[in-house]
Write a protein that binds this ligand. Structure first.
Ligand SMILES: Cc1cc2nc3c(=O)[nH]c(=O)nc-3n(C[C@H](O)[C@H](O)[C@H](O)COP(=O)(O)OP(=O)(O)OC[C@H]3O[C@@H](n4cnc5c(N)ncnc54)[C@H](O)[C@@H]3O)c2cc1C
Length: 464
């Protein structure tokens, strides 16, 4: 029988919960969360449409991530379809929306998905330690945990860091953890907004008249990124599911000073010729009705085109199919749905281990990053022996293998191994695996099992 390992998971978001779910049948799992409840950021996930993954799979899914190729193997082994199957096992059925996004069955709220994951973890014997904060590393690179004003070092066979990104800090995702890794000499990159709104200088009274209104079924592109979906007009610019996928191109353009332009196709299901036919012989004042364009869309067109173009049928249709909006900035990181940053990719070997430290042949960690939170958090699947992930089958792995597709759009921080006696791996800016079978718990260490908290349903709410 395989030896049960003691596994510490630090950070209690959805990445931690799926890792715990996968590990608990085989190991003694402890989750350390700084807040009074777990999954607080996930509970706000409903804002703007609660999707769980994208229907793209295989190479198409991998292509959604950067740097190119980095996650191909991980996503090839566990992609969107596998994730949906896993959700279905948990009783969460999903469907694919017109935008390609995958949603839970209508009416399912984030708290329900979170509850299912939490219940499964509790059933599987996971110990939850709330109000336990990771505050750095000791001289042996054990994680130090602070609780009730006292500090102790963690001694575990494996430690998974699933500390989230750096937005919506009220939910616990502060990103301050990256400083602890920087102190070890690991290169970390600053966190920046990823899935976020964009800033556009609205002319005149446009924002006052139209903020809050949606631009539905539009196609958006910037650089070589494009998407179809909905954007909401805000006081500051635009945001929404059609905007987020193109943010990387805009971020680069802003950083390079090359001019960030958003291209909107307000009628993606019609060709230019079709639109021209619909307005043929009509007065400009009747274009809106002819093309079924609402007031906000017409106001947007008027705001970003000239009178001459508006009165020329061909130029007008050209603008409907390709309206250009200059983007001046991304919205602040605190507002972002997800962030990029964390441990620099240059620190990582192809197997996501830290290049500067020797990796052990005894352990292998696979990490990855998924753009959508929950699917991205289907993490750490060691020793479950399921055929769908053959290379994760324990029977083929000498000492154990881990596959992790964690967290938010902030990939960037996976590593392992500080010294030959210890092996570590990180899942994006988020999760991190450590193996230390050689160091027994010291008198300063938190004992195993240490104080465990069970989660009551009432603890599953957003902080006020
Ligand atoms: C408005 C909004 C809408 C969203 N919509 C969606 C959506 O529709 N679909 C979707 O899939 N995703 C959505 N997301 C993103 C999703 O919430 C995140 O991607 C997801 O929560 C990331 O999971 P995680 O476990 O990696 O990190 P987190 O959820 O950030 O969890 C990290 C945990 O680590 C804890 N922690 C941090 N530092 C420490 C420390 N030093 N010691 C101990 N604990 C620590 C934090 O308290 C936190 O609980 C949305 C996010 C927002 C803000």
């Amino acid at each position: 029988m395989r030896e049960r390992k003691r596994i510490a998971i630090i950070g209690g978001g959805p990445a931690a919960l799926v890792a715990a779910d996968a590990l608990a049948p085989h190991h003694e799992v402890h989750v350390y969360e700084q807040g009074r409840s777990v999954g607080r950021k996930f509970l706000v996930a409903g804002q703007g449409g609660f999707n769980l993954t994208n229907s793209a799979d295989g190479p198409a899914l991998a292509a959604m991530y950067s740097p190119a190729g980095f996650l191909n193997e991980a996503l090839g082994a566990f992609g969107s379809n596998a994730f949906r199957e896993w959700l279905s096992e948990l009783g969460i059925e999903t469907y694919v929306g017109t935008s390609g996004r995958v949603f839970p069955t209508k009416g399912t709220k984030p708290v329900e998905v979170l509850n299912v994951m939490r219940e499964r973890s509790l059933e599987r014997g996971v110990h939850f330690h709330l109000e336990h904060t990771f505050v750095g590393f000791d001289e042996h690179t054990n994680a130090i945990i602070e609780h009730g004003g006292a500090r102790s070092s963690l001694a575990a066979h494996f430690t998974i860091f699933s500390l989230g990104g750096a937005s919506w800090s009220v939910t616990g995702s502060t990103g301050t953890w990256s400083g602890h890794f920087a102190q070890l000499g690991i290169e970390v990159t600053p966190f920046r907004s990823s899935n976020c709104g964009v800033k556009i200088e609205w002319p005149g009274s446009f924002a006052r008249d139209h903020a809050g209104k949606p631009l539905k079924n539009i196609s958006v592109s910037a650089g070589d990124h494009s998407s179809i979906g909905e954007a909401t007009i805000t006081q500051h610019g635009l945001e929404g599911n059609a905007i987020y996928p193109v943010v990387p191109a805009l971020r680069d353009a802003i950083a390079n000073g090359t001019g960030a332009l958003l291209h909107l196709d307000l009628k993606p299901n019609n060709t230019t010729d079709q639109l021209l036919q619909k307005i043929a012989g009509k007065e400009p004042k009747n274009y809106a009705a002819a093309l079924n364009l609402d007031r906000a869309t017409m106001a947007l067109l008027k705001a970003f085109t000239t009178k001459e173009r508006f009165h020329s049928p061909f130029a007008f249709v050209q603008d409907v199919k390709g309206l250009q909006l200059p983007v001046t900035a991304l919205r602040p990181i605190e507002e972002a749905i997800s962030t990029v940053g964390g441990i620099a990719p240059s620190e990582l070997a192809p197997d996501f281990s830290l290049k500067r430290y020797a990796s052990s042949p005894l352990a292998k960690w696979w990490t990855g990053m998924h753009q959508r939170a929950v699917s991205s958090c289907k993490a750490a699947i060691p020793w479950d022996g399921t055929p769908r992930m053959p290379y994760l089958n324990a029977d083929r792995s000498p000492a154990g293998s881990f596959h992790a597709i964690p967290n938010s759009a902030a990939f960037a921080s996976c590593f392992r191994t500080f010294n030959p006696a210890r092996k570590f791996a990180a899942l994006n800016a988020t999760a991190w695996l450590a193996k230390d079978s050689s160091v027994p718990p010291s008198s300063r260490s938190i004992g195993w099992p240490s104080r465990a908290f069970s989660l009551s349903p009432s603890s599953w709410c957003m902080p006020g």
